[in-house]
Design a protein around this ligand. Structure first.
Ligand SMILES: Nc1nc2c(ncn2[C@@H]2O[C@H](COP(=O)(O)OP(=O)(O)OP(=O)(O)O)[C@@H](O)[C@H]2O)c(=O)[nH]1
Length: 413
């Protein structure tokens, strides 16, 4: 059984503004007729049922299909190429009916929309404009409810692309969809795509915020599962390498793709299942982060090096971990924020992934965390030929490899 762990009242504490939700739709009448209504069930999954044609008491029950709708968050700094990416995805042959949600800051004004499609009869879009910035103000807030209402009202679609504003921290939005999939919703978070502008990326990443907090461009890179290093036509090869190096120094787990006009194969963008424990890709991500030469060098570098900026730190420990001790560590790190580096600065985690060998569990356990939320899920069995090991990839600020490894080592004693 899987459940996302969250700090009680974490959602009340987040400084999310209240949102005014409005939506406009562009789905054609004919598409409406073709779509059976989506009926959310009262428990974990959504059940899609066809309207009964006749009174069915003596007939067997109509077949039902249980499914959840993936949500991909597209984020990136102002002008990086998010809308270009949306346009590209919508015009490709994906065979999906995609709903697009714009999470737009700023009062009023026409929100720029990707081109309208649908003439081919294969692509359908819904537009849900979330004005004044925010999707998420409470656990089941207006944003998620609005999407569910949209599904009820306008019929079924099989994919949601959510474009955040260029100035958004995708963490809270990701948290709400991730958590929501645990709360009887018909949505699940598939992955986070961050688009960066090769030309201005370094400038954005280095911007200092007046309050000293991590800036949005860095947060967007830190949270990503996939990073499109876009506008490669505007930079030289050495400049591009510098950009990639900088991005890797923040997030060495995400998949980096060089793009022109945000174009890349759709398989690298959709249906990532990046937050699901049963996904091989998740396992691979964590292993890849550990075995790549880049991360290896960072791991050793970080064992004696403190970095105040956001970075990736990988800790690898053999042996079986005590679950209670490990969860205490996690809660100290994510909730209490009581784990400090050797300078006395609080380690601030933006994202955390891990594959764990827990003493009470014969299978691998996948750990995922986004800000204060974390989830531990049993996945595949440990192959007999493989040594049981714990690999954790931390992305955050003020990280100190030595301190993290020291605390974790106590849990495997
Ligand atoms: N040269 C070049 N221009 C690009 C590329 N990708 C996108 N653009 C252009 O960059 C501009 C901004 O692209 P958008 O897709 O609107 O960027 P955005 O991230 O949605 O922008 P905001 O919504 O303002 O945050 C547009 O004029 C695009 O045509 C690229 O690879 N190379």
């Amino acid at each position: 059984m899987r459940s996302v762990h969250m700090l009680p009242c974490v959602f009340q504490n987040l400084p999310w503004p209240t949102s005014t939700v409005s939506f406009t739709t562009t789905m054609s009448e004919s598409s409406d007729e073709e779509c059976p209504d989506l009926v959310p069930s009262l428990c974990n999954d959504v059940t899609l049922t066809e309207e009964p044609v006749t009174d069915p008491p003596t007939l067997p029950e109509a077949p039902t299909v249980t499914t959840k709708i993936p949500v991909t968050i597209i984020t990136g700094y102002l002008g990086a190429g998010k809308t270009t990416l949306l346009n590209y995805i919508l015009t490709e042959q994906h065979g999906k009916r995609i709903a697009v949600i714009m999470n737009e800051f700023g009062a009023g004004g026409e929100i720029e929309k990707p081109i309208s499609l649908g003439e081919s009869g294969e692509v359908f879009e819904e537009w849900l404009e979330l004005r004044n910035g925010c999707l998420c103000c409470s656990v089941k807030d207006n944003g998620v409810k609005a999407i569910e209402n949209l599904m009820l009202k306008k019929g079924r679609f099989d994919y949601i692309l959510l474009e955040t504003t260029g100035l958004a921290d995708p963490g809270p939005v990701a948290s709400i969809f991730w958590l929501d999939s645990e709360l009887c919703s018909d949505l699940y978070l598939d992955g986070i795509i961050t688009v960066v502008d090769s030309k201005y990326c370094l400038q954005h990443l280095h911007e200092q915020k007046a309050d000293g907090k991590v800036n949005e461009a860095v947060r967007q890179v830190a949270m990503a599962d996939v990073i499109l290093v876009n506008k490669v036509d505007l930079v030289s090869a050495p400049e591009l390498s510098r950009v990639q190096e900088e991005i890797r120094s923040i997030n060495s787990v995400a998949k980096l793709l060089e793009t022109h006009k945000s174009r890349t194969e759709l398989a690298a963008l959709l249906d990532l299942h990046a937050f699901e424990g049963n996904s091989d890709r998740c396992d691979r991500d964590v292993f890849a982060a550990t075995v790549s030469p880049h991360t290896d060098s960072r791991t050793s570098e970080h064992s004696h090096h403190l970095d105040q900026s956001v970075s990736t730190v990988t800790v690898e420990l053999s042996g079986d971990m005590d679950r209670d001790m490990f969860e205490n560590f996690l809660q100290d790190l994510l909730w209490e924020k009581s784990i400090k580096n050797t300078k006395g600065e609080t380690m601030d985690i933006l994202r955390l992934k891990g594959l764990l060998s827990l003493r009470d569990c014969p299978r691998r356990c996948l750990l995922q965390a986004v800000h204060e939320l974390y989830d531990l899920e049993e996945t595949s069995a440990w192959p007999e030929s493989e040594t049981r090991i714990n690999r954790l990839v931390f992305i955050g600020r003020n990280l100190d490899h030595g301190v993290l490894a020291g605390r974790l080592a106590q849990a495997v004693k």
